[in-house]
Design a binder for this molecule. Structure first.
Ligand code: ADP
Length: 477
């Protein structure tokens, strides 16, 4: 029970019921008070009408010796006079001095109203404890005011009638409240059902069922859109967790192969059964494996840093042209070793930009590295940089083996390598373009790869960095 009132459903129901009960209670109180007042008024009015009728009838015979006759007349026609009045109604007659002439009451009766007020011609009613009294002067056209007629009756029947009405009113109110309670509970259950469902799905997800989803109806309510948002979020979480798992599996795989190779060579070296010449070869191969692993670990670290979302642009602007020239200089050494040519075209109007030098080196270095790796000996590589439409555009193109068009959408994925058999001889881990993309995103930029896939027609890598960040800092500077 306590948990019901702690639940949203219980609180919703309790709030609606309390507000409606308060409103109905106030309404009941107002209606009841009005009803009590009207019942008393109507009872008084009834008594006054009866008193006036009696006074009118008795005005002809109103003389002391005839008082007994009047009483006889009252007793014999009691039912007729009494009309709605209770059975214990008493009739009393007083003379002009206020002295009791006669009364149908068993005990003593006194005039309850002051004579001057009465003789002025008013009908006066008084509540005296549990009795209601009405006094009225008796007028005769010829003889003037003859005396006073007073009737009094108990309020008990009126109270009983009033009580019945109160009961009826309370009954109707309670019935209405019960009906409201049922409707409210049903409504609250309907309204909170999607939340309960949402909670159930969240529980399933926390237990590992990442594919659990909320069923959404086609209504446009806030809860339906919350459910849709939840499903969207759940989908993203599932994808991210899957990506993380793939990432760990790929990274482990990439590290395991060189480690196994190194272990094998180290074991042979330890056995001391190899010539000095072979030992030197193995040592140099181990060194190469270690360099590759170090490169892989460094790529992983840079990637995780770039994807961490923590980014602070440099304090000072960088000369893009100078930094690009540095990148090309270091790449040219490797290109020359393969007999490749690197042509550079850097537009003169490129402004200094707020890019960290190492970030620009990572992006351009990886693109140049790929162009060198995937182009044949003697191939031609070209780097163009320009500042257009408020964007820094860097394009690296080559005339190498190209990328099959169906693989283009995937080359930015972590650890993806086109046709592993084909590229097995080419060193690499499949992290380069993922890293370039992640770093470019930090600068509000993107990387677009294009290729016909025909060997010799090569590949074009277009890196665009949103000038928003770069230029606004330039202006501010
Ligand atoms: P890798 O370390 O394998 O070079 P990248 O992420 O840099 O990893 O590239 C992903 C894949 O995209 C490469 O394995 C290669 O198959 C393809 N690729 C990238 N750049 C080029 C290019 N210039 N020419 C041909 N293929 C490329």
């Amino acid at each position: 029970m306590v948990s019901f009132f702690r639940s949203l459903r219980g609180q919703l129901s309790a709030t609606i019921i309390s507000v409606l009960a308060l409103g109905l209670g106030l309404l009941l109180l107002m209606a009841g008070t009005q009803m009590a007042r009207m019942t008393l008024e109507s009872f008084t009015h009834e008594q006054q009408v009866t008193a006036l009728l009696l006074a009118n009838t008795f005005s002809e015979t109103m003389e002391q010796p005839q008082a007994e006759q009047i009483m006889a007349l009252w007793s014999s026609h009691r039912d007729q006079w009494r009309r709605e009045l209770p059975s214990d109604t008493n009739l009393s007659i007083f003379d002009m001095s206020g002295k009791l002439l006669t009364s149908s009451a068993a005990g003593d009766v006194v005039l309850t109203v002051s004579l001057p007020v009465l003789l002025a011609g008013d009908v006066v009613s008084n509540r005296n404890g549990e009795r209601l009294t009405t006094a009225v002067p008796v007028h005769n056209e010829e003889r003037g005011t003859l005396g006073v007629l007073q009737i009094d009756s108990s309020l008990a029947p009126m109270r009983a009638q009033l009580w019945d009405r109160w009961l009826a009113l309370i009954g109707v109110t309670v019935a209405t409240l019960l009906l409201i309670l049922v409707i409210t509970l049903w409504l609250a259950a309907q309204m909170t059902r999607p939340l309960a469902e949402l909670r159930g799905v969240a529980e399933q997800m926390s237990e590992g069922r990442l594919d659990a989803r909320v069923e959404i109806d086609d209504s446009v309510s806030e809860l339906a859109s919350l459910g849709a948002m939840f499903n969207h979020m759940a989908g993203r979480v599932e994808t991210m967790i899957q990506e993380q798992r793939d990432f760990v599996a790929n990274a482990s795989h990439e590290l395991r192969a060189p480690l196994a190779a190194m272990k094998l060579r180290a074991e042979i070296l330890a056995s001391n059964k190899v010539s000095d010449e072979q030992a030197r070869t193995y040592a140099s191969e181990i060194n190469e494996e270690i360099s590759q692993m170090a490169g892989l670990v460094s790529d992983l670290l840079q990637l995780s840093r770039a994807e961490s979302g923590v980014f602070s642009p440099p304090e000072r602007p960088l000369s893009v042209a100078d930094e690009l020239a540095l990148c090309v200089r270091s790449a040219r050494l490797r290109a020359t070793a393969r007999g490749q040519q690197i042509t550079v075209e850097i537009a003169a109007h490129i402004p200094d930009a707020f890019i960290t030098p190492s970030d620009l080196a990572i992006m351009v270095g990886n693109l140049l590295d790929n162009a060198i790796k995937y182009s044949p000996e003697g191939g031609a590589i070209r780097l163009c940089a320009d500042w257009c439409d408020d964007q820094l555009e860097i394009v690296v193109s080559d005339n190498g083996i190209g990328i099959p068009p169906e693989d283009i959408p995937r080359v930015n994925e972590r650890f993806f390598r086109v046709d592993r058999a084909h590229t097995r001889s080419v060193p690499g881990s499949g992290l380069g373009l993922a890293l370039v993309t992640a770093v470019a995103h930090q600068y509000g930029g993107e990387l677009q790869m294009s290729s016909s896939g025909v060997p010799g027609e090569g590949t074009q890598a277009r890196l665009s960095l949103a000038a928003g960040l770069v230029q606004s800092r330039v202006i501010a500077g």
